[in-house]
Design a protein around this ligand. Structure first.
Ligand SMILES: Cc1cc2nc3c(=O)[nH]c(=O)nc-3n(C[C@H](O)[C@H](O)[C@H](O)COP(=O)(O)OP(=O)(O)OC[C@H]3O[C@@H](n4cnc5c(N)ncnc54)[C@H](O)[C@@H]3O)c2cc1C
Length: 417
């Protein structure tokens, strides 16, 4: 019987341990924290967006950018349908929300963790909590065991599923990158991914203002770097919301190097000309209205004073007296309200880590390292990160499943791969 050690009890590690045990291996799961699945418990604002119903693998992988193609093999083995069946077969009731997002019906992410904990116990997986792994043991490029804080475990295969660098209080503090580096693997540059932006001179009056359906664009010196539609909200230090998280991943490198500009289109359904006509209509039909009262029809209450300051038009101005130049300023600010992005929030506020173990060092069919035999990597420790919508968990579960299955295979089978 093959002895498999899994390092890390997050979604990738728990799935890997389950699959390796299902395939007949004797499995030890070593987790640094005092509970399994701590980060999983925080996902989807505590409700856990497990996966997405998008049925086409080739469309699904677009959500991971360039590196998505690495996942094709894993998804061919274990995709969203298989993940949902896995959970449903173990008693978890699922529900689908907008955009194909799948959640547990309980609205409680711990119910997902519980499915794994019960199944791991049923399969006889040995779970050792508070056992951070410090070192991988290998000889002549073949893995032989691990050293953790409380001892040494000798084994035939090791799966590193230690997660990324973000929300380090959950246990994912980048240990896997170091384990990878010292065993000869390249780790790419690491950036906070799906992370809010810090904005220059944030006006406290905007704090908490939520805008639905805005178009947001990020530009560099003179080029558009990325644009997205969706929900946006201001915080005391900057901008957050689904549209910002998406943009942050697209501009992850540029935003660390330079100040960028965030452009918010508050009226994305109307082009500039239409907005202009709309304002002219107000002026012609109700010229005695004050500028402030006109804005009440156009903007959320919380934004009006701020907007008036940006346009430098007095709030009491009768709209009939607004000049052509002032009209252009109003339209410009409605269609292109700009803010200076000074950087992102830190890893501790990032949903994922962008970057990780270099994919060319890993066999995508098995998740085995090409450098050290019988060493596998799964989950966010790899250089894979996806959009919001359940994509990051699906990648963790799928790569975990494949790593577990292959780590459990006896030697001859591994050599066939
Ligand atoms: C706030 C938040 C919300 C999110 N919401 C969603 C969502 O709704 N949907 C979605 O798809 N994705 C979501 N994500 C992303 C998703 O949680 C991660 O991509 C996913 O958890 C990665 O799984 P993993 O198993 O690779 O790593 P992790 O979940 O990070 O698990 C790694 C485990 O390894 C352990 N570990 C680390 N080092 C060691 C060591 N040396 N020895 C032993 N154990 C170790 C850690 O303690 C941890 O338990 C969210 C992330 C955050 C932070």
């Amino acid at each position: 019987m093959k002895r498999v050690v899994v390092i890390g009890g997050g979604p990738a590690g728990m799935m890997a341990a389950c699959r390796a045990a299902e395939c007949g291996a004797e499995v030890t799961l070593l987790e640094k924290m005092n509970k399994l699945g701590l980060k999983l418990s925080l996902t989807g604002k505590g409700k856990c967006n497990i996966t997405n119903t998008e049925p086409q693998i080739m469309t699904f992988i677009e959500k991971y950018g360039e590196n998505g193609k690495f996942l094709i093999n894993a998804f061919n083995t274990f995709f969203n349908k298989e993940l949902m069946e896995f959970l449903q077969n173990r008693g978890l009731v699922l529900k689908e929300l907008s955009g194909g997002r799948i959640y547990p019906d309980s609205d409680n992410s711990w119910s997902v963790v519980d499915v794994f904990v019960s199944y791991l116990k049923k399969l006889g997986v040995r779970i050792e909590l508070e056992s951070p792994v410090k070192e991988l043991l290998h000889y002549q490029n073949i893995i032989g065991g691990v050293v953790h804080e409380n001892g040494t475990v000798l084994c035939d295969a090791v799966i590193v599923a230690t997660g990324g660098n973000s929300y380090s209080k959950t246990g994912s503090s980048g240990d896997g990158y170091q384990l990878a580096r010292v065993t000869g693997h390249k780790v790419t540059d690491l950036y906070p991914g799906l992370v809010p932006f810090n904005l220059l001179d944030m006006d406290p009056r905007l704090n908490g203002l939520k805008l639905k359906n805005v178009k947001a664009t990020v530009t560099g010196e003179d080029e558009v770097l990325s644009e997205a539609f969706g929900e946006f909200y201001f915080t005391e230090w900057g901008a957050d919301g689904s549209v910002i998280l998406r943009l942050s991943t697209e501009v992850k490198e540029e935003v660390q190097e330079d100040y960028l500009t965030l452009h918010i289109d508050l009226k994305p359904a109307l082009d500039g000309q239409k907005v202009h006509e709309r304002i002219l209509r107000d002026i012609n039909s109700n010229g005695k209205l004050s500028f402030k009262n006109m804005l009440k029809e156009l903007l959320p209450e919380k934004m009006i004073t701020y907007f008036i300051n940006r346009t430098r038009i007095s709030e009491d101005t009768k709209i009939a007296n607004i000049t052509k130049e002032q009209r252009e300023t109003i339209v410009k600010n409605l269609k292109d309200l700009t803010f200076t992005i000074t950087g992102t929030r830190s890893f501790d506020e990032a949903i994922v880590t962008s970057g990780g173990v270099e994919l060319s060092h890993i066999d995508p069919r098995t998740m085995e390292s090409k450098k050290i035999k019988n060493l596998y990597f799964a989950g966010e420790v790899l250089n894979i990160d996806g959009d919001t919508g359940g994509y990051n968990l699906q990648a963790a579960f799928s790569t975990g499943y494949v790593a577990g299955e292959n780590a459990a295979k006896e030697q001859e089978n591994n050599e066939e791969n």
